[in-house]
Every structure is written in structure tokens, then in C-alpha cells.
Design a protein around this ligand. Structure first.
Ligand SMILES: Cc1cc2nc3c(=O)[nH]c(=O)nc-3n(C[C@H](O)[C@H](O)[C@H](O)COP(=O)(O)O)c2cc1C
Length: 188
């Protein structure tokens, strides 16, 4: 697929087929995705890939968080189970983690580079018929999640990538034409 077509046709995917995504393929795509520009080559990223029964750890944290957030005692168990099942139904989850430099300039540059990896991966995956969605739900910031996943002090979770073969591809949401946001300066 041509790059321009890939860029325009990639969609964020929310519903997946139940089949597994091959881990070897994901490892290979990630190894290409990390070829991003990165100022001073700090390469501050790391990733946790959870799939199969490996998702249980994360699903259990979400169950506990959702149960404790539910004010109606009679609904707690059902709400917790619903979210547990939701996580377990996602074929693969990639948790994207970045080391947070104390210097804000470096930190922002690092965030930019790590975000580029996510988009690179998303495009490489799309080319293979695999969809992703970049999720930033609030529980990524919770200590219970961080502890369960072994996130260290000084590390920021940039998102969870839900990865799988699309069961449904959403319609494209139109973009403002770039020309409307471009100021051309061509004369002195
Ligand atoms: C930084 C970032 C965070 C996002 N967080 C979420 C999220 O928490 N939940 C979600 O459903 N989509 C999330 N998205 C996906 C966007 O909603 C999606 O890209 C947008 O609707 C455009 O759709 P498209 O990617 O299919 O073109 C996120 C995207 C980015 C770049």
C-alpha cells in the first residue's frame, strides 16, 4: 500500500475479532516502529505487551478500580466483571512507557518521539491488516495499575494500545484541509 493511502485509510479500531495477533509479527513491527527521530537519542521508551492470559493482571486491576468506584453496592461485582471481561476480550495490549526527564524541554521532545513510535506502529500494523486504538483512560495514572504493571517512579504511561484484527472499521472523521491551516511565506 502506498504511504499516502495508508495514512488516509488507517482508522482507530475499537472492535476486534477474537483471534490472536502473532507476537513475533508485533515484535518485528515494533523493531521498525522505533526508527523515529529522537533528539540526543535519549530513546526513553519501553513497552509492556500483554496478551492471552497475560492480560489477567491488568484486567484484575481494572476490576478492582471499577468495583471501588461503583457507589451502588449491589452493582459492584457486575460492573467489575464487565470491565474485567472488556480487557480480556482485547486480543493484545501494548502499554507504552516513557522515562520522564526532569528537564521539561527534553521531556517534551521525548514525548514527541515516543508518540511517533505509536503512529509508526499503527501504520505498520494497518498495512498487515491489524488495527489499533491508542487509549488514555484515567486508570493508567492510578498507583494500583502502576504497581501491578511494574511501572517505576520517573516513568510515564503514555497509553495503552489495543491491538487486534478489526471486527469493524469506523468511518473516517473528516480532517480540516491542511491548506486552511497553512500560512505560506514566499516573499521577502
Ligand atoms: C493521544 C491520543 C489519545 C487517545 N485516547 C483515546 C482514548 O482514550 N479512547 C479512544 O477511544 N480513542 C482515543 N484516541 C483515538 C482518537 O479518538 C482517534 O484517533 C480519533 O477519533 C480519530 O480517529 P481515527 O484515528 O480513526 O482517524 C486517542 C488518540 C490520541 C492521539
Amino acid at each position: 500500500m502506498h504511504l499516502a493511502q495508508l495514512l488516509r485509510e488507517r482508522r482507530s479500531v475499537h472492535r476486534f475479532e477474537p483471534r490472536e495477533v502473532p507476537i513475533d509479527l508485533v515484535m518485528e513491527l515494533m523493531d521498525t516502529a522505533v526508527w523515529v527521530p529522537n533528539y540526543h537519542m535519549t530513546q526513553p521508551w519501553r513497552f509492556i505487551i500483554s496478551y492471552g492470559e497475560g492480560k489477567h493482571r491488568m484486567a484484575e486491576v481494572v476490576r478492582q478500580l471499577k468495583e471501588s468506584n461503583e457507589p451502588d453496592v449491589s452493582k459492584k461485582k457486575d460492573v467489575g466483571q464487565k470491565f474485567y471481561d472488556k480487557i480480556m476480550a482485547i486480543p493484545m495490549i501494548i502499554t507504552v512507557i516513557m522515562k520522564e526527564d526532569p528537564n521539561i524541554i527534553v521531556r517534551e521532545e521525548d514525548f514527541a518521539s515516543t508518540s511517533c513510535i505509536i503512529h509508526n506502529f499503527s501504520l505498520l500494523a494497518w498495512e498487515q491488516g491489524i488495527g489499533i486504538n491508542w487509549e488514555t483512560y484515567p486508570w493508567l495514572l492510578k498507583e494500583t495499575f502502576r504497581t501491578a504493571m511494574g511501572i517505576q517512579p520517573g516513568e510515564k504511561v503514555i497509553g495503552n494500545l489495543h491491538v487486534g484484527y478489526p471486527a469493524m472499521v469506523p468511518k473516517a472523521q473528516p480532517r480540516v484541509p491542511a491548506a486552511e491551516r497553512i500560512t505560506i511565506v514566499s516573499e521577502a
